[in-house]
Design a protein around this ligand. Sequence first.
Ligand code: URA
Length: 245
Amino acid sequence: VVTKKRQTVSQISLCRALSKLGIVSRSQARLAISAGRVTVNGRTVRDADAWLDPRSDRIALDGKTVRPTVKRYAMMNKPTGLVTTRSDERGRNTVYALLPPEYAGCFPVGRLDKDTGGLLLFTNDTRFGETITNPERKIHKSYVARVDHTLTSRDAEIMEQGMSLADGTRLMPAMVVRHGDRSVCTISITEGKNRQVRRMLETLGFKVLSLVRVRIGSLELGDLAPGQFRAVTAKELLMLKESIQ
Ligand code: URA
């Protein structure tokens, strides 16, 4: 039942309910509702802020019942050379070219720059995507960087203390593990500022030879080969969701 005032906790606004079904954005939903294209339980409702219960009320757009879209979660090992935007004004190849058709409604969670490879998560679950990228949630994203000369313990310390970039941007503390010959390290960050890891290393005087994201929260890239794509397993998803509660 549609009500003018909220009557139960499970009610949400029509506008929100329609956009949550996943085929239109919030603003498109508002327009469609005021244009009289939306019915609830068979009756036209023009008030985008009317309350209803999405579990029991049936919403239709242009006469067709809108069913919830299945939430999808998948991961790609992004090869270098592709950009993470949907369409590139300079005509460069995008990661969307590697997306199987059943994932067409999905978007990448955070970006990897063109020269960076590795773990890229795709979903059509906007709330989940926003949570993963929200710096306040402090979800670690880990990158393996290869640089042109030895990283000292002092370099690691500077990154771990929360450094400033050349343009004055202050960063949250990172975690750094140096490997083998010390020109390879794993850097974990909780923010996602543009080209952040590259800029951190460049600020310290390094040339970045390669950069690969290997982990987002509990989700690991593992042995997925560059260019490969697979669904995130139920177990991986559960662990990731539990870690972001
Ligand atoms: N840091 C970078 O420098 N590039 C990315 O793509 C992600 C993090």
